[in-house]
Every structure is written in C-alpha cells, then in structure tokens.
Write a protein that binds this ligand. Structure first.
Ligand SMILES: C[S@@+](CC[C@H](N)C(=O)[O-])C[C@H]1O[C@@H](n2cnc3c(N)ncnc32)[C@H](O)[C@@H]1O
Length: 265
C-alpha cells in the first residue's frame, strides 16, 4: 500500500525525496552508478504524485556523484577504522547505512523530528544504529553521541548546508569542531552563483573555491575536494560538458572532505 508522507513535513524536508528518487531511478539504467534496492523499496511505497521528486539532470548527477564519492571515501576510512562512529546530519531517507554497515560501526542519523518519524517506517534502530530527532542547529544533539577518547568520527552532511545561511553554517562547523576534534567531515557545497536563485529549491549559502571553507572555521582543514563537473562526465549532456571550462559550471557543486584539527590544550 502506498502512503503519503508529505503532509506533516516542512518544505525544506520535502527536498529529501529528490535524492531518494535519484538513487532509486538508477535501477532502470543499463550502467547504473549505484544499485540501491532500499531506495527503490521506499519510493515505491510512497505516493509521490503531488511531490517534486526530479530535480533535473544536473541535480541528479550531483546527487549520484556525491553518493559515489562519499560511499567510497567513508568505506576507505572504515577499512582502517572499522569501529568508527558515523554521524549523518540531515539524514532524510538516506540509505548509506545499508551499503556501508560492517557489523561493528556505530551510526547516528539526525534529522528534524517529523522526518525521523518517517525514517522509522523504513529503518530500525538497534544498539549500533541510532536516530536523533533534533535540528542540527540545536547544539544539545551532540550529547546524544556516545564517544570515547579513541573514537574515530566521520560526519556526513549531504544535501544539507546549502539550505542554511553562512551564519548558520558557521555555527554548525563550530559545534562540530569543538565537540569532535580530529573528525573527518564529508559534505557537498554549491557555487555561490546559485545562491538566492529559484532553481529546484532556494539555496542560501555557497562558496566559489573549496579552500574558502577554511575561512569559516579555523580548525577546519580541507583534505580533498571533487568538482561535480569533473565527475560522471559520460552522463553529462554536451551542453554541460562544453561549459565545464567555466568555474561556476564545473564547480556548480563540490564534494569536500575536511578534517578538524585538535582543540588547543
Ligand atoms: C536534500 S535532503 C537530503 C537528505 C539526505 N541527506 C540525502 O542525501 O538523501 C535535506 C535534509 O535536511 C534535513 N534538514 C533540513 N533542515 C534541518 C535541520 N535544521 N536539522 C536537521 N536536518 C535538517 C531535511 O529534513 C532533509 O531530510
């Protein structure tokens, strides 16, 4: 039976159906970027008739790029530190736990309460997989993470920070860097060209160059960045391939890997 999950959530949370649909739709392709049976199962049980679930070619490729890069990068860290703690901010109906669970990691999915209640219909909490029903801007959420001094921490924020103002992004980075020194963080960021324009959503924050992120937090060190214009090129239309020489087209969305430096003693 299909259920309508849209009625109780804020417009910002409705954006969670776009990445869900992008991942699920790959199953129909000859050369899928990912095979995500869980997203297919979820989307087929939701009545999406009155929802925007297709963000267009560029949004879909950006979502698939970040899914692939973050899956691979987190997996690499998990090979070295299999008992890592993963904190997934703005989790929505993200399915990464189904792909990366190694049986010993600890995983926290955080989102607004009404979204976590939708998440509970499709995912189950256990002694290693936890849900946090709070805004990322409410710094009390950090107290729900059970950390030990030796814990290796990986923070993921996919499709999230562009919905906040620069002041709010700075607050989030402050919360993270103070509470989780030495944590790795993976997230996507838009080019500032796309700010305050009505695209698939209205975005409030972006940066021109990946290194600019260090200006927002003095403990944040950029480890690596990926421009989505350079990823999945075989799937990009001729128009985008031609215009990738422009920095705002090539860097329309970038995936960043940061590491927070230790707090001063
Ligand atoms: C575009 S969706 C991305 C979902 C998921 N990360 C993915 O890639 O499939 C944005 C998500 O951020 C969540 N979100 C928005 N504002 C939030 C806040 N203040 N605190 C926590 N989550 C928030 C929304 O509810 C939604 O689930």
């Amino acid at each position: 039976m299909q259920t309508n999950n849209k009625q109780d959530i804020l417009p910002i949370s409705e954006t969670l159906f776009i990445p869900l649909a992008a991942r699920a739709s790959e199953i129909k392709r000859d050369n899928p970027i990912i095979i995500d049976d869980k997203s297919v199962e979820i989307i087929s049980s939701i009545d999406t008739s009155n929802m925007v679930i297709d963000g267009g070619e560029i949004s879909t490729l950006g979502i698939l790029s970040r899914t692939k890069v973050i899956d691979e990068e987190v997996n690499c860290i998990l090979e070295k530190f299999p008992e890592s703690i993963i904190i997934n901010l703005g989790a929505g109906l993200d399915t990464r736990i189904c792909r990366l669970d190694n049986g010993i990691l600890n995983w926290y999915d955080l989102d607004l309460p009404e979204v976590i209640s939708i998440r509970r219909r499709f995912f189950t909490e256990n002694d290693r997989i936890h849900f946090i029903s709070k805004s990322v801007l409410d710094k009390s959420w950090v107290n729900e993470i059970d950390i030990k001094e030796s814990s290796n921490i990986i923070i993921i924020a996919e499709g999230l920070l562009m919905y906040f103002t620069e002041k709010e992004v700075t607050l989030i980075l402050d919360i993270l860097s103070n509470r989780f020194p030495e944590a790795h963080m993976f997230f996507d960021v838009l080019h500032s060209f796309f700010i305050n324009k009505k695209i698939s959503s209205t975005f409030l924050w972006g940066i021109d160059h990946a290194i600019d992120i260090e200006k927002l937090n003095d403990k944040a060190k950029l480890i690596q960045s990926w421009s989505t214009g350079n990823l999945l090129k075989e799937r990009q239309s001729l128009f985008f391939r031609l215009f990738n020489f422009l920095s705002f087209t090539r860097n329309r969305s970038q995936i960043l890997h940061l590491k927070f430096e230790k707090n001063d003693a």
